[in-house]
Write a protein that binds this ligand. Structure first.
Ligand code: COA
Length: 148
């Protein structure tokens, strides 16, 4: 897999990137982020994104933005095409984001993770991520991955 920055031209590939196959709300929200929200935001130049490609086909995406803290970025979405999951692509995309962050002097990457999203929970934990919540229902956790 090779990784490159995504732009306006990649909107059609993002719209076609199916990454969830259940109707649970938080999974549908992730799909919406990838195929509706992200193509629009990229067009407006308001977020950054990188794509993972195999044989020129988009198989993974990570998107991020700066925050009100100079030393922190937020990871907005991380997703891998159905049928390509659990083969290391998600981890490579998050590691790519960490490398980008490091080269920009960023010290931490935060994200919001649903309690039931075991895959992204474990992936972040293995990258040193720490979780906390101020959500009374404890459905959504703030995750902070340190950038060494
Ligand atoms: C979350 C996601 C991006 C992970 O990408 P992936 O390519 O499937 O994951 P990887 O193969 O890189 O796995 C890295 C580690 O994450 C964890 N992991 C990945 N999938 C997992 C699963 N289904 N269950 C438990 N742990 C999992 C494991 O620790 C894994 O390491 P291991 O394979 O050595 O055990 C992918 O499952 C996905 O696109 N999910 C749907 C979209 C989504 O929920 N995105 C997150 C919210 S923005």
């Amino acid at each position: 897999m090779y990784i490159r920055d995504l732009g306006d031209v990649d909107a059609p590939a993002l719209r076609a990137l199916a990454c969830v196959n259940s109707k649970r709300g938080w999974e549908m929200a992730t799909q919406e982020m990838v195929s509706v929200w992200l193509p629009d935001m990229l067009g407006e130049g308001r977020v950054a994104a990188a794509g993972g490609f195999e044989d020129d086909e988009l198989v993974a995406v990570v998107s991020w933005a700066s925050t009100d803290r100079d030393d922190t970025w937020v990871c907005l979405v991380l997703a891998v095409r159905l049928g390509r999951q659990r083969r290391g692509a998600g981890r490579l995309m998050k590691q790519y984001l960490i490398e980008q962050a490091r080269s920009h002097g960023i010290r931490a990457i935060r994200s919001v993770v649903h309690r039931d999203n075991k895959a992204v929970w474990a992936l972040n934990e293995r990258l040193g991520g720490r979780f906390a919540t101020d959500d009374p229902s404890k459905l959504w956790y703030q995750c902070v991955v340190p950038v060494d």
